[in-house]
Design a protein around this ligand. Structure first.
Ligand code: NAI
Ligand code: AKG
Length: 387
């Protein structure tokens, strides 16, 4: 029986995929696998029992990836599963920043009991008027699952779209409309665009990328949208740029003590992925990843271990080994099994950075002491007999 812990509520349509081989535990320390959305895993103790963590979402900055890898814990995410939900909110953000829709709605509430409300509206509406997005220049930094959808949707709404992503995947490039202007230097986005939206992961290299220096290169009255992570923007610099009138609006999905009351900021309570469809898609993908890993040892969509797929085990035994990516690991595994008289029917070994993963199918049972010998090899982080 596998024990699953949910650090955040996960959509039922995903949880229902767990068969009667699984039980849900409230105790993270007892779990074989955990599912999480935005809850932080950084402060939690990682038990020996824990095999996998699946982030039902895209950003994994709430999970200590290297610490997990070092303990043989495979971390998954659900690429693209909530991208449409975010795209739709970004389009809403463009529109909310173009006319003072929020201010206008609040104003109507303030005069709602006045019987002349209709006349008052006609007299006051010019205070909330603005511009159209058609024909304006939109710069997109990060053309992954979300950036590509935003680019194509904004293009269809008549915007001139500029895209920047030095690491764009082949898939993303294929999906991008040919109308999108490909930018090689992010500064061209800063200098040219009326709206700039950021869709990159939070990494050391992207932290505070939108700062005083970047903003100084931008057009006056630029609108900046951040539906990726708050720490991508230096929000003190942003507050100053809003106060100075350099930035017209800062639309962010991340309330915090700095942004929540910031004049000129439109702050949304992290709703990007909060649609029924995105929550369902993420939950289904995350649960399938966990099941495939626990039941067959196969890895798909991991962010700290290599992809690895040897199908379903048809031999007597499958051994899964999470280990360091150092020389002679496979040689040691096979020689220990050979010395024990175990014939290997299939095997695979994949690496990613400092870590590697091996699956070995054997034709006969493997004794506990042989597994102990494998476990004792320097560089082995975790070992499981799956079948
Ligand atoms: N507001 C919300 O609810 C949500 C927020 N997010 C955030 O949005 C981010 C992006 O999500 P996805 O598009 O699904 O991820 P993705 O992994 O598909 O795309 C990220 C893209 O950023 C690019 N990139 C990395 N460093 C870059 C740099 N320095 N300059 C330009 N491009 C760079 C990558 O090459 C990749 O194409 C996530 O990491 C997450 O933090 C994601 C989903 C929901
Ligand atoms: O699960 C959520 O609501 C947050 C989604 C998100 O930020 C992400 O997928 O990176």
């Amino acid at each position: 029986m596998f024990k699953i812990n949910c650090l955040n509520p996960i959509a039922a349509v995903g949880m229902d995929l767990f068969s009667d081989k699984y039980t849900v535990t409230e105790d993270f320390a007892q779990a074989d696998a955990a599912l999480v959305r935005s809850a932080s895993v950084h402060e939690l103790e990682l038990s020996e029992q824990l095999q996998a963590i699946a982030r039902a979402g895209a950003g994994v900055n709430n999970i200590p990836l290297d610490k997990c890898a070092d303990k043989g814990i495979v971390v998954f995410n659900t690429p693209g599963a909530n991208a449409n939900g975010v795209k739709e909110l970004v389009i809403a953000g463009l529109l909310l920043a173009s006319r003072d829709i929020v201010g206008g709605i609040n104003w109507v509430q303030s005069v709602k009991d006045d019987e002349n409300v209709a006349k008052l509206a006609e007299k006051n509406k010019s205070k909330f008027a603005g511009t159209e997005i058609k024909g304006k220049k939109l710069g997109i930094i990060g053309l992954g699952a979300i950036g590509v959808l935003v680019a194509n949707a904004a293009n269809r709404l008549g915007m001139q779209v500029y895209g920047y992503d030095p690491f764009i995947s082949v898939d993303a490039a294929w999906n991008l409309s040919r109308d999108i202007k490909h930018i090689n230097n992010v500064e061209d986005i800063y200098k040219e665009c009326d709206f700039i939206t950021v869709h990159v992961p939070l990494l050391d290299s992207t932290k505070k990328m939108i700062n005083k220096e970047a903003i100084s290169m931008m057009k006056d009255n630029v609108v900046i949208l951040n539906f990726a992570r708050d720490l991508l923007v230096d929000e003190v610099d942003m507050g100053e740029a809003l106060a100075a009138g350099k930035v017209k609006k800062y639309v962010t999905d991340f309330p915090n003590p700095t942004t929540a009351g910031m004049p000129g900021a439109l702050v949304i309570p992290h709703l990007g992925a909060s649609t029924e469809e995105s929550e369902d898609n993420c939950a289904i993908m995350a649960v399938k990843e966990i099941k495939e890993y626990l039941e067959n040892g196969n890895i798909k969509n991991s962010v700290n271990y290599p992809a690895c797929d040897m199908g379903i085990c048809t031999s007597a035994v499958r051994i899964a080994i999470n280990h360091k990516n150092i020389p002679n690991m496979l040689g040691q595994f096979t020689s220990i099994l050979a010395s024990a008289g175990v014939n290997i029917s299939d095997m695979i070994n994949k690496s990613r950075g400092n870590y590697a993963y091996s699956l070995l199918d054997a034709e006969t049972a493997v004794a506990d002491d042989v597994i102990s010998q494998l476990k004792a090899i320097d560089g082995v982080l975790k070992i499981r007999v799956i079948k």
